[in-house]
Design a protein around this ligand. Structure first.
Ligand SMILES: [Fe+2]
Ligand SMILES: [Fe+2]
Length: 167
């Protein structure tokens, strides 16, 4: 599955590279719109498990972590909206349809194989950090993007820790 995750990420990145060449903030906005979906999905599945009485300390720690991540990703999204990343109808249309699909993919993936669902999201977070670091080569003074890049690194590390928690 880890190989499939890498393949899925490579194909998605190639598509985004083509569609968003030279359109940094539109690209970042689409990424941030999609980035929240796995965390919403993880929380949804954890809620379901809790409703079925499957609760424990690890469960509570994961709920806290994923809830914080959703809020943090929403802050990133709002920053990209301030930079007009969602200005064009076509980008909103693309991202909002994609995110619906991606949310349900993550719900099912996390239900049946949480370790690999986390692995996919960790890879995506590392990719997000890499995307922002490339932008910082063009504009090293952009402190907000630098802070967002650090957040993405933290998310990737937290997902790595989450894998260790449930393994
Ligand atoms: Fe983000
Ligand atoms: Fe992130």
């Amino acid at each position: 599955m880890k190989l499939l995750n890498t393949l899925f990420l490579s194909v998605s990145v190639a598509i985004l590279d083509t569609l968003y060449k030279g359109r940094h903030f539109q690209r970042f906005w689409v990424l941030e719109e999609i980035a929240r979906a796995p965390y919403f999905a993880f929380i949804s599945v954890l809620h379901l498990r809790e409703s079925l009485g499957l609760r424990g300390q690890v469960h509570i720690d994961l709920m806290k972590e994923h809830f914080a991540q959703t809020l943090n990703e929403t802050e990133h999204l709002e920053e990209m909206e301030r930079r007009e990343g969602n200005k064009y109808w076509i980008d909103r249309f693309f991202a909002r349809h994609l995110v619906l699909f991606y949310y349900w993919v993550n719900v099912i993936y996390y239900m049946v194989d949480p370790i690999n669902a986390y692995d996919l999201s960790e890879k995506i977070e590392w990719h997000a950090a890499d995307t922002y670091s490339k932008y910082l080569e063009i504009d090293p003074q952009d402190e907000k993007i630098s802070a967002i890049m650090q957040d993405e690194i933290h998310h990737a590390q937290e997902l790595s820790q989450a894998i260790r928690l449930i393994t």
